[in-house]
Design a protein around this ligand. Structure first.
Ligand code: DOR
Ligand code: ZN
Length: 347
């Protein structure tokens, strides 16, 4: 097995950068390896209008390391009040790359999200007309639906009816965690794609709950049973162009995670490429890593692939990542995959 792998520079098709001190601390971790990222709009208050997105993009550009060429791809947070005119204008000038649908209450800062999909159908129709992709957090929120079933229920009760009504709408089903999600996307043709996170390729629900509760493995959608993790790994390493990397790296301070009611989110930006190389090697699919991390995403989003490359090297000794990242808001724990990492991105 070769111990060096050069691939086109990867992109992250689902990333939380936050704002202020946190933005300043976490952005370099992504900009070090990734050329572009789809930036999640779930700030407080959310990034709802074109003007909000322009301001947030400016703040990201300010926070960026001086010589970094990192490019944020902005999204708008879909609400029942989203205005078609504003959205179309933002898309036309290339300010936004996608729109994000959060079912209200599904996750962190989703209170302003969509309660009744009927109220956003006109916006979705307009997006289909101009080819603007919709990124979905694919979980229903009804309290009577078991949290482990919420992704499958979303497909059946929301996603499939919307896609049947607006077949041209281009959808990214984000952070897929179930075999149901994988099968749905794989059978869905070229108007749907799915992102898969780094951590869902590594952990199942036992990591969170067996032998003690581990808040640093808690995120949404929550990791499912092992058979689902194996379906995710098979899809990610298959080379199928419908699947690509969206890390969902979602930093919260340890103080916010380690609480009686702790926040959902796993911070993987620093070691994502090391972990992915490990996973793909384990699956005998290192040659498919470039498709997953660098080629399939741009193809779906109709963007050029990155011109430059990164090289991953396998070392004789494990690469040690800091356990926490210090930020102006407090320490943020870096995802621990639970096994030693030998791959790292060459400087
Ligand atoms: O675990 C998660 N964290 N899932 C989400 O959908 C949101 C994210 C966050 O913003 O912290
Ligand atoms: Zn997310």
């Amino acid at each position: 097995m070769s111990d060096r792998l050069t691939i086109r520079r990867p992109d992250d098709w689902h990333l939380h950068l936050r704002d202020g001190e946190m933005l300043k601390a976490v952005l370099p971790e992504t900009a070090r390896h990734f050329a572009r990222a789809i930036i999640m709009p779930n700030l407080v208050p959310p990034v709802v209008t074109g003007a909000d997105a322009a301001d947030y993009r400016d703040r990201i550009m300010w926070a960026k390391p001086k010589n970094s060429k990192f490019q944020p791809l902005m999204t708008l947070y879909l609400t029942e009040e989203t205005e078609v005119k504003d959205l179309r204008a933002a898309a036309e000038i290339g300010l936004v790359t996608a729109v994000k649908l959060y079912p209200a209450g599904a996750t962190t800062n989703s209170q302003s999200g969509v309660r009744d999909v009927a109220k956003v159908m006109r916006v979705l129709e307009n997006m289909a007309q101009i080819g603007l992709p919709l990124c979905v957090h694919g979980e229903v929120t009804s309290p009577e639906i078991d949290i482990f079933d919420r992704e499958a229920a979303f497909i059946e009760t929301i996603l499939e009816p919307v896609r049947r009504e607006i077949p041209e709408l281009r959808v990214v089903m984000e952070h897929i965690t179930t075999k149901d999600g994988i099968d749905y996307v794989a059978a869905g043709g070229d108007t749907i794609a799915g992102t898969i996170t780094t951590h869902h390729l590594v952990i199942n629900r036992n990591h969170i709950l067996a032998g003690g509760i581990r808040p640093h493995y808690y995120c949404l959608p929550v990791a499912k049973r092992e058979s689902h993790r194996l379906a995710l790994r098979a899809a990610a390493t298959s080379g199928n162009p419908s699947f690509f990397l969206g890390t969902d790296s979602a930093p919260h301070t340890d103080a916010a995670k380690l609480q009686p009611c702790g926040c959902a989110g796993i911070f993987t930006a620093p070691n994502t490429m090391s972990i992915l190389a490990h996973v793909f090697e384990e699956e005998g699919a290192l040659e498919k890593l470039e498709a997953f991390a660098s080629l399939n995403g741009p193809a779906f989003y109709r963007l050029p692939v990155n011109e430059d490359t990164i090289t991953l090297e396998k070392r004789a000794e494990p690469v040690i990542y800091p356990e926490t990242l210090k930020t102006g808001e407090g320490p943020v724990t870096v995802f621990d995959p639970g096994f030693p990492l030998y791959w790292s991105v060459a400087a």
